[in-house]
Design a protein around this ligand. Structure first.
Ligand code: HEM
Length: 491
């Protein structure tokens, strides 16, 4: 045996390389044939050429462009092999309802969510803990609506007011807009949800570090290799603490966790909520304000609407306006402008895990066979930039979602769409913080336009950072300079 091996080695490296190539080639062929196998009724499939990675590199460069290219080749439904996963994309928004609601019993969100969160935040999976995933989801949902939402909105205004007092007291002050928004929302949002004293520069730096590496963490690269180990452990420790004046959301989650968890586990679960509450809100707020500032027509219209709506509102302490939910709701043009900014910067992907072999009906008339263990994905970015749904889709039109007295209608193939705009996901995984997030963005824009004159300074308009496609709102690839000064009659 040894002789044979020795003789084989002696016969030269060429033979070894040949043998390795032959066995590697066979392995590759096996992978490729398996990956391409297609049952009757399944969508067309693209495997890519790299074992395991499949189409991951092309997809990761610019998911929107990659999917568009696949769409023009295969139509609205196709399967891609991405990092070991078989993902079937459904790009016709008329099919979204079928995936999110009609077949929710076989298209599950739960497994994926638990796995991703456990991997990124290093907490145990829910099935290893006392207490149910559903208990946490219910508490979280309940504490982000109704009277809790009123309280959160009120507290956010006061925390934003506190933060903004330090700016623009003298003449024009120059700032980098994304950094400014980042700090304002992290400080005010942190104090609102987690309590007074939550913000520290170290906590914000750790959060930014962790968030920047998030695409790598989701791809399964461990914290040790992404250099986020320290940032995560300091955030976990920071988030395990209860701060004074914490929101009901934080108090109720702590109460639930106190029954069963140690401090590190609590901190990890709270870090997950911190990420959910901040990672999308910060870039969404940036784009909402930045788009308004670059639109000479929109800015005066929105400012006039804000001032008009506030004339009806009673003044609070020291003559400051209380921007309660009712007042914010009246700002319908601003609401439209925020929706338009969200349309242009959404990179969220809604994914479901197929629990059993199933055939689902598609709106175009045929049925689609989905295999157990694969994934189904919706990518609203493409809907948001579809010229059949949105005329001139790459342009910012602040009043695109404003329609007097009734909700605006968008159509595809002549049919009215339920999911024309989907920044917050849909179905069971729809973002429970969506109403609070919209209020936070509105509050920030209102306070900025009420209290400050703001101007963009000369710079290139930033592109969306496509490396975060699938994660939520896409941040800008670079910051933009602005200047601001306090307005004379600001209240
Ligand atoms: C503009 C801001 C925001 C956007 C665009 C956004 C978007 C989303 C999306 C797309 C999902 C669903 C993910 C999926 O289907 O896999 C989600 C989930 C979630 N969001 Fe938001 N979100 C925002 C702000 C917030 C805020 C402010 C909070 C809380 C204070 C929050 C809490 C959550 C939670 C807890 C989940 C997980 C839901 C679950 O596991 O069932 N989000 N968000």
């Amino acid at each position: 045996m040894l002789d044979t091996w020795f003789g084989f080695v002696q016969s030269g490296p060429g033979v070894i390389v040949g043998a390795v190539m032959a066995s590697g080639g066979l392995g590759w062929l096996y992978w490729w044939l398996r990956a391409r196998s297609r049952r009757s009724g399944e969508a067309p499939i693209r495997t890519g050429w790299l074992p395991y990675l499949g189409c991951a590199i092309g997809f990761g460069k610019h998911a929107g462009n990659y999917l568009k290219e696949c769409q023009s080749r295969y139509g609205d439904t196709f399967t891609l092999h991405i990092a070991g996963q078989r993902m079937t994309f459904l790009l016709d928004p008329r099919d979204y309802h079928t995936v999110l609601h009609d077949y929710k019993h076989v298209l599950s969100f739960h497994d994926l969510a638990v796995e991703i969160s456990a991997r990124a935040f290093q907490h145990p999976r829910f099935d290893e803990l006392v207490g149910e995933y559903d208990d946490y989801a219910t508490v979280t949902k309940d504490c982000l609506k109704g009277t809790e939402l009123v309280q959160l909105t009120h507290s956010m205004q006061s925390n934003l007011d506190d933060f903004l007092t330090q700016y623009g007291q003298g003449t024009w002050e120059e700032l980098s807009l994304y950094d400014f928004v980042y700090q304002a929302m992290f400080v005010a949002g942190g104090h609102t949800v987690f309590g007074k004293g939550f913000y520290t520069p170290e906590a914000m730096e750790a959060f930014r570090n962790l968030d920047e590496k998030f695409p790598l963490l989701l791809a399964g690269i461990p914290h040790r290799l992404t250099g986020t180990h320290k940032a995560l452990s300091s955030l976990v420790e920071h988030c395990a603490t209860l701060y004074p004046e914490a929101s009901r959301l934080t108090l109720e989650r702590h109460a639930l966790m106190d029954q069963s968890m140690d401090s590190a586990t609590k901190g990890a679960f709270q870090t997950a909520i911190l990420w959910a509450a901040q990672a999308n809100t910060i870039p969404a707020t940036f784009w909402s304000l930045a788009y308004l500032l670059q639109d000479k027509e929109a800015l005066p219209v929105i400012r006039a609407e804000i001032e008009r709506c506030l004339l009806d509102e009673p003044n609070g302490e020291e003559g400051a306006h209380t921007l309660d939910r009712a007042a914010l709701k009246k700002m319908v043009r601003l609401e439209s402008a925020i929706s338009e900014a969200l349309r242009l910067c959404t990179g969220s992907m809604t994914v479901r895990h197929v629990q059993e072999d199933v055939e689902i009906p598609l709106k175009r008339g045929d049925t689609l066979y989905l295999r157990k263990g694969t994934q189904v994905a919706l990518y609203p970015y493409l809907t948001h930039f579809d010229p059949e749904i949105y005329e001139d889709p790459t342009s910012y039109q602040y009043d695109r979602f404003y329609s007097e007295g009734k909700p605006p209608v968008f159509r595809k193939y002549g049919e009215k769409l339920k999911y024309a705009l989907m920044p917050f996901g849909g179905g069971v995984s729809i973002c429970p913080g969506r109403h609070f997030a919209r209020n936070e963005i509105k509050l920030f824009v209102v306070l900025m336009l009420l209290h400050f004159d703001m101007e963009l300074l000369e710079s290139d308009w930033p592109a969306l950072d496509q490396s975060r496609a699938g994660l939520g709102i896409l941040p800008p690839v670079h910051d933009i300079p602005v200047r601001l000064r306090r307005r004379e009659r600001s209240t």
